[in-house]
Design a protein around this ligand. Structure first.
Ligand code: HEC
Length: 123
């Protein structure tokens, strides 16, 4: 390599290094916030009692009404070794889960009315 080439390489690397570093750190930040519990009232109870065996991601990707959440807790208690939470703690956890991860209303759009459907060619 000529000295001129070396200089060009050095300049290139020096200039691109900060760019590479910022890209790397912003990616790390994104992945650490993924799956985080919504920080509303009671979230610490869920963090402290519900993330010992699995990540919070499994919680935030679920939704349901109070009965659904209660049945998930009962299922974990009867088959996965989750201990008794006591009525007060369980109630607060259910409050948090149902108000932040409640039953979703239909997430799909309505189907198109027939007259707006495209015609299927070649049929
Ligand atoms: C003693 C361990 C343990 C604790 C503590 C625990 N879980 Fe679980 N939970 C499990 C296991 C094991 C699974 C199944 C994981 C899998 O399928 O990979 C699970 C699955 C789940 C699921 C997915 C259920 C489904 O239908 O797919 C949800 C939601 C959940 N847990 C929520 C919670 C909540 C909320 C709490 C706190 C009240 C909690 N977990 C505490 C062990 C635990």
């Amino acid at each position: 390599m000529t000295n001129r080439m070396k200089l060009i390489w050095l300049t290139f690397i020096t200039l691109s290094l900060p760019l590479l570093l910022t890209t790397a750190s912003s990616t790390a930040q994104e992945s650490s916030t993924a799956g985080e519990l919504v920080q509303e009232e009671g979230w610490q109870l869920v963090r402290d009692n519900c993330t010992e065996c699995h990540s919070s991601l499994i919680i935030v990707q679920n939704s349901g009404n109070r009965e659904v959440w209660k049945s998930r807790i009962e299922w974990m208690q009867s088959s996965q070794g989750l201990g008794d939470l006591g009525p007060e703690l369980e109630g607060s956890i259910l409050d948090y889960l149902t108000s932040n991860y409640g039953q979703k209303t239909a997430s799909r759009r309505q189907t198109l009315p027939t007259h707006l459907m495209p015609t299927t060619p070649n049929l």
